[in-house]
Design a protein around this ligand. Structure first.
Ligand SMILES: Cc1cc2nc3c(=O)[nH]c(=O)nc-3n(C[C@H](O)[C@H](O)[C@H](O)COP(=O)(O)OP(=O)(O)OC[C@H]3O[C@@H](n4cnc5c(N)ncnc54)[C@H](O)[C@@H]3O)c2cc1C
Length: 321
């Protein structure tokens, strides 16, 4: 692999995976004049299980890439709901509620408009692997994710309901819809036959929140979900979830994917992992501590004492520029 793929214009940069990380890498490389072959196995647009909360820090980076989401819903407030405690705070800048159907398609379209060649497979070795998370976990302890969009009254908050060893997030997306996305352990889902309607009914505050809404498509499900670093299978640079999958309650996975995609395309070889560690180590560590605390019984007493904005800030990946 060249020492800085963005400036080697003699051969195409091969990127595998066209989600936020892969598209961000492709756009960055094309803007630097590098030929790019992007390998994406699915046809876009497509739905994807995700909370669809795009952290505000992603917007300046996306604007520099020429990617905009004018139709997105503005998310201005956060509320956390535990068994016996609640926490509410405002975001300093609005986040975007944008479906992965729209977002991933828009980013890939931008990469193509800049001259990226897209194909479903290749025999050539990848320089950048952005294929998302891979996971395996012993049966019985596994977490599964799910999402559906709902019609009905929408607001400007991301609401997280923690229960049963997992959580469910509710936030607006474009078109006046509300996205309901969560992850729950199979110990809760299995006795319910993996019926998500029955699972979200288990927590009264969530049941009341969803009562005025009606689901507009079937629940999409994914899993098992395993957090933490992924194992490298080649010497290629890994970006996004292929590098590390963080517990998604922070709503920072797409921001991290975009940032590491940009870095993968532009950082010199010797600096890539160092720069990735500099932006992700602290927020990922704080996120895993916070997630363990949120499942503990004593957190109901502690939560009111911790400033919400500080919790939010500590789980954001650092800016890359
Ligand atoms: C339940 C849940 C809720 C979440 N909520 C949020 C949220 O609200 N906000 C947030 O910021 N993040 C959230 N995340 C995290 C976010 O979805 C990920 O961090 C983000 O999708 C990572 O982007 P990526 O480009 O690395 O991977 P992906 O988005 O997974 O993209 C990988 C792409 O690679 C393609 N691919 C895979 N293998 C191959 C192959 N062999 N050949 C060709 N193509 C391949 C796939 O088709 C896919 O398009 C959530 C995740 C989950 C599971």
């Amino acid at each position: 692999m060249p020492s800085n793929p963005a400036v080697d214009s003699s051969k195409p940069l091969i990127i595998v995976g066209g989600g936020p990380a892969g598209s961000a890498a492709a756009i960055t490389a094309r803007l630097a004049g590098q030929p790019v072959l992007l390998v994406e196995k699915t046809r876009f647009p497509r739905q994807k299980v995700c909370g669809e909360f795009l952290s505000p820090e992603a917007q300046p980076l996306l604007a520099r890439m020429g990617v905009f989401f004018p139709e997105a819903a503005a998310i201005r407030r956060v509320s956390l709901h535990l068994r016996r405690a609640e926490k509410r705070f405002s975001l300093a800048e609005p986040a975007l509620g944008i479906s992965r159907y729209a977002m991933d398609h828009r980013m890939l379209e931008r990469a193509v408009a800049l001259g990226t060649l897209v194909q479903p497979e290749t025999d050539l070795p990848a320089a950048i692997v952005a294929t998302g998370r891979r996971a395996s976990q012993p049966k019985g302890q596994r977490l599964f994710g799910f999402k559906a969009h709902f019609a009905g009254p929408a607001n400007d908050a991301v609401e997280l309901y923690f229960f049963g060893g997992g959580y469910v997030g509710v936030n607006p997306v474009e078109g006046g819809r509300t996205n309901v996305c969560g992850l729950l352990p199979e110990s809760l889902l299995s006795p319910l036959g993996f019926e998500i309607d029955a699972a979200v009914d288990q927590f009264q505050p969530l049941r009341e929140r969803l009562a005025p809404l009606s689901r507009v498509f079937d629940w999409l499900k994914v899993g098992p979900l395993v957090f933490g670093p992924q194992t490298a299978t080649s010497t290629a640079r890994r970006a996004g979830d292929a590098l590390q999958f963080v517990d998604p309650f922070t709503g920072s996975g797409m921001l991290a994917a975009i940032e590491t995609g940009v870095l993968a395309a532009e950082a010199p070889e010797a600096e890539y992992l160092k720069r990735v560690r500099a932006i992700l180590t602290q927020p990922y560590y704080v996120a895993s501590l916070m997630r363990s605390a949120l499942s503990a019984t004593w957190v109901d007493r502690l939560l009111p004492l911790v400033p919400g904005k500080l919790m939010y800030q500590l789980t954001r990946p650092k800016k890359i520029r």
